[in-house]
Design a protein around this ligand. Structure first.
Ligand SMILES: [Zn+2]
Length: 335
């Protein structure tokens, strides 16, 4: 029995990986995708999902709708839009804002809409024109967004594979680096000092490298990123930075994220913490992520002990959410 798992970087509307949808159809299509995604997460033992941004801030409306209780779904933490500079590679799924003043306004707007944290794009994506490490915002712009988010009591997480964008963001005081495949020793030192979280999304990069349909240049970038990921993970662990993990719309696979951690020197217990209690800390849920009296009873029964065999994380036998059985254990009288 382990605590319910946390996926700390998802896009429940699948807006950047699935087919583009015309504006008029977004509401229904996104909602249906989200219900399917969220139901699947819960069946697989993921009882909390932190979304990392959706077009039109649909995640906020979807969360409100799901709170009516029509479906069994994980608890959701939602940031509204991804905020990006004008003309960012994936601007179609972002809210564009430039300059410190506009960034402050964008943060306030997201807060007004109901965002529970702020998401900012500070490096390019894998499929950009240059490299995924190309910076997207100046230090002053990031700093303004951080100040405003913190002023409003919100955390701010940034999309950053590495490079100058990540460095500026860490220096500006962001709360989490999302992806973070290639961080410098100085970046990691600063993260440890500031208590910045590291949210890995290993499988998303692995899939890009393994998929034969990926264009050759992008595949090469993804392959080299995998090497960098292991190196960065190893240093992040040594520095004592708190690690969490997510699937980034690529089918969250906790045992795969954990295996990448083990390959980078993590113990089984550390990998399990990244998928549970660290996620709870990042999401601001101090009563989740641990199996203990007084904590919320989000529980997963596994076929095996993940502290000995990490692949047990993929062998879910039963799931309970807030003490309610969601997926009963088959043929097992003791649980
Ligand atoms: Zn993402």
């Amino acid at each position: 029995m382990i605590p319910g798992l946390f996926s700390c970087h998802e896009h429940i509307t699948l807006d950047s990986v699935a087919e583009h949808v015309p504006d008029a159809e977004v509401g229904v299509v996104f909602a249906l995708r989200a219900v399917k995604e969220c139901s699947r997460f819960l069946q697989n033992g993921v009882t909390t999902v932190r979304d990392a941004g959706s077009r039109g801030a649909a995640n906020i409306q979807i969360k409100k709708g799901l709170q009516e209780g029509l479906f069994s779904v994980p608890d959701l933490v939602v940031p509204g839009h991804r905020i990006s500079r004008t003309g960012f590679t994936k601007w179609r799924v972002c809210l564009e804002a430039d300059g410190p003043e506009n960034l402050r306004k964008a943060v306030r707007q997201e807060r007004k809409r109901g965002a529970e944290f702020i998401k900012l794009m500070v490096s390019d994506v894998l499929s950009g024109q240059g490299t995924p490490y190309d910076p997207q915002y100046s230090f002053d712009e990031i700093r303004a967004a951080v100040e405003e988010a913190h002023e409003l009591g919100l955390k701010i997480g940034v999309h950053a594979y590495g490079g100058e964008g990540a460095t500026r963001a860490i220096r500006a005081g962001v709360d989490s680096i999302e992806h973070g495949a290639s961080l410098s020793d100085e970046d990691i030192e600063m993260m440890a000092e500031n208590g910045t979280f590291y949210v890995m999304t290993y499988k998303a990069v692995f899939d890009a490298a393994a998929d034969l349909k990926t264009p050759p240049r992008l595949r090469e970038t993804a392959e080299s990123m995998i090497e960098r990921y292991h190196d960065t993970l190893c240093k992040v662990r040594k520095a004592g930075v708190r690690v969490a993990a997510g699937g980034d719309s690529h089918g969250f696979d906790p045992s795969m994220e954990a295996t990448a951690m083990l390959r980078s020197g993590f113990t089984h217990a550390e990998a399990l913490a990244a998928l549970t209690v660290n996620g709870a800390a990042l999401c601001g849920m101090p009563d989740k992520g641990v199996v203990r009296e007084g904590f919320i009873a989000d529980l997963v029964a596994l076929d095996g002990d993940p502290l000995e065999d990490i692949h047990a994380l993929g062998k879910v036998r039963g799931v309970a959410k807030k003490g309610q059985i969601i997926r009963p254990c088959e043929g097992s009288p003791e649980c």
